[in-house]
Ligand binder design. Structure first.
Ligand code: BDR
Ligand code: CA
Length: 322
């Protein structure tokens, strides 16, 4: 499956990118970067670090938008640390971004492969909105757009809004109005059910290799925030569910919906989700249930394929299924 990952790494973005690479199920045509959790410079630096970590420097990286459409100055440093990866100091890669911009790359690649490229958007939708505004063929040529963002109920930045849509509500609005043939919105309704809880932290510690140690270390600030401020059982693994869904669609249940985005007022960034029936119009499919154990299995067995027994034991300690 041909995919382009559009991302703002970001701790959970890092885990999602590693999952995509380690699964070996995708032709990752490129990673396009965007400002979100941290500055664009840090997002690029963190992307190269991940590619180094999993020996994947053949994947091209493109520089995207350094500002939301309305210049909204919002970041997620409380959760992701000032550098986007929990303040963990990393050796800067010598690699540079490709000369072509993220927007030009997205437009060109999608139009050269009509109906074949799935875009996985794990950050604010700024780059995707620019593509829509700049090229008339882009929307119709994208096979599928999988978005981590929004929520049918609640938020994580305000009580109404999820971070990626809150950071760039204009971009989200443009995306949902544009008419892509298939949009899957994977929001907080399902992703907040996916903490890196104690048994999984212990699993990472026991595995004790470069990848597990890196994931454990970068998620410490986020884990503290998600436990103490949001009352969760551990760091929330939002973005990896997009990739897990592409690996096994049965990991979530989806329903047809019409989604609109609040662009002003105290509900700015909120996704208004109207569930569609057979008669009504829909512009996307919204995830409303997740199979927890299936998700953790997909994630860990792809990250650490030689640790099947340890993974089964750790997942066995997790409460609940859906
Ligand atoms: C989303 O916002 C970011 O902080 C995460 O990386 C994820 O994409 C969750 O609201
Ligand atoms: Ca993200």
């Amino acid at each position: 499956m041909k995919i382009i990952i559009d991302s703002d790494p970001g701790i959970d973005d890092v885990v999602a990118i590693i999952l995509a690479i380690k699964s070996r199920k995708f032709d990752i045509m490129g990673i396009t970067t965007v400002e979100g959790n941290c500055s664009l410079d840090n997002a690029i630096k963190n992307t190269f670090k991940v590619l180094d970590l999993v020996d994947s420097n053949h994947i091209p990286v493109y520089k995207g938008s350094g500002k939301a459409l309305n210049n909204r100055n919002v970041d997620a440093t409380e959760v992701h640390g000032a550098n986007g990866i929990g303040g963990v100091d990393i050796k800067e890669s010598k690699r540079k971004c490709e000369k072509e911009s993220a927007i030009d790359f997205l437009i060109k690649t999608v139009n050269e492969n009509p109906g074949e490229v799935t875009i996985v958007a794990m950050g604010p939708l700024t780059n995707i909105a620019y593509c829509i505004m700049q090229d008339n063929n882009f929307v119709k040529n994208v096979k599928k757009l999988v978005i981590m963002g929004g929520a049918e109920n609640g938020g994580n930045v305000t009580k109404f809004a999820e971070f990626n849509f809150y950071k760039d509500p204009e971009a989200a609005d443009i995306v949902f109005k544009s008419g892509f043939r298939e949009v899957i919105m994977i929001g907080l309704d399902v992703t907040t059910k996916l903490p890196l809880s104690k048994p999984l932290e212990q699993l990472l510690k026991n595995i004790n290799n470069e990848v597990s140690t890196f994931i454990y270390d970068i998620s410490r600030i986020g884990a503290k925030f998600d436990r103490e401020v949001l009352g969760k059982e551990g760091f929330i693994l939002n973005d990896p569910l997009t990739i897990a869904y592409l690996l096994d669609e049965n990991v979530i249940r989806i329903k047809n919906a019409y989604v609109k985005i609040e662009k002003t007022g105290d509900k700015i960034g909120k996704s208004i989700v109207e569930i569609a029936d057979e008669q009504s119009e829909s512009n996307c499919k919204v995830a409303h249930e997740v199979d927890l154990k299936k998700f953790y299995n997909i994630l860990f067995s792809n990250l650490f394929p030689d640790k099947k027994n340890e993974i089964t034991m750790a997942i066995g300690k997790i409460k609940g299924t859906i």
